[in-house]
Design a protein around this ligand. Structure first.
Ligand code: PRP
Ligand code: ZN
Length: 297
């Protein structure tokens, strides 16, 4: 294969992951010449190009060296690894990306009760994920028949071609619309950055490392919140325990109110209303939760 000095990233051409993936790359400082309807986007500034493809093709494109990295659902990556033993071997989930959360689940017609995996014995289960479903069935010692379908899996029980399905669930609307109920989760999934286990040793490897560093920074900032609040000194211990994880808070004294302090804390992850209400009940007031734009230690 002709050697390349530009990094190539594969991502979904049009679908749920497309917009958040493009947004993530642009936060990493990557700009692409606008041609989103086309297969190829040329990177301006950094030597990184995009290939827009069907999500199911992404692991194969990386395994075969056509692309260096890919943004794809964990479910698609793991399915490829399970069903393409030799090729899939060299692939790795480099980073979870924190968007596109969904799960691969087994679902049954609503009128069927479900209590345990053994009930699926002898059933026909329709899926586009024979590798992941097969692995789950083996782990649970269930002998069922896997019916491979490329699409429209959710209508198989109504058509009578299967007794159950194993498909992606995000909001759950598709299951409801097809009178199915979720019975068991096979894999929790989200978008991941996929790549070969060994980064190329040339310039592309260096660009990939730079991109990974920026990605880590972007993810850290995205998942951080700055909390500010006024706290009575004697409630400090309790309120600090209620704070979501992060470094130790900074305390500043409040002029004219010696029994109060201003607490400032950087928190990992979001801060829920419930957490805020708990802290308010413990005595905190004037609480502010702010997004973080950039961070440099
Ligand atoms: C998935 C899955 C379901 C639907 C579930 O398809 O096959 O049809 O999403 O989502 P819901 O729980 O929010 O209704 P997707 O659109 O991801 O397309 P693909 O599987 O063909 O890539
Ligand atoms: Zn797909």
């Amino acid at each position: 294969m002709k050697s390349r000095d530009r990094l190539r990233i594969a991502m979904q051409k049009s679908g749920r992951l497309t917009e958040p993936a493009q947004d993530l790359l642009s936060r990493c400082g990557l700009k692409f010449r606008q041609s989103r309807d086309k297969l190829f986007c040329f990177g301006e500034g950094e030597p990184v190009d995009l290939l827009l493809v069907r999500d199911d093709d992404i692991p194969g494109l990386i395994a075969e060296g056509v692309c260096d990295l890919g943004i794809v659902g964990r479910n698609v990556l793991r399915e490829y690894q399970l069903t393409h033993a030799s090729n899939g071997d060299g692939l790795d989930e480099l980073r979870p990306l924190g968007f596109g959360h969904c799960r691969l689940s087994i679902a049954l017609p609503q009128e069927d009760d479900y209590a345990e995996p053994s009930q699926l014995r002898g059933q026909r289960i329709a899926t586009s994920y024979p590798g992941l479903l097969g692995e789950w069935l083996r782990e649970h010692d269930v002998d069922a028949r896997v019916v491979m379908l490329a699409g429209s899996v959710e209508i198989a029980p109504r058509l009578g071609t299967a007794d159950a399905i194993c498909d992606l669930v995000s909001s759950g609307a598709t299951l409801v619309a097809n009178q199915l109920r979720e019975a068991a989760v096979v894999v929790q999934s989200e978008a991941v950055l996929a790549g070969r286990r060994e980064l190329p040793l040339d310039e592309r490897g260096e660009i990939a490392e730079l991109l990974l560093r920026r990605l880590d920074g972007v993810i850290q900032v995205r998942d951080s919140r700055l909390i500010l609040m006024q706290v009575p000194r004697d409630a400090l211990g309790e309120i600090t325990r209620l704070l979501p994880g992060g470094p130790t808070p900074t305390l500043t004294s409040v002029d004219g109110a010696p029994d109060q302090v201003l607490l400032q804390a950087l928190c990992a992850g979001s801060v829920s209303w419930r957490q805020l209400e708990d802290m308010k009940r413990a005595g905190a007031r004037d609480m502010l939760v702010l997004p973080v734009e950039k961070m440099l230690a």
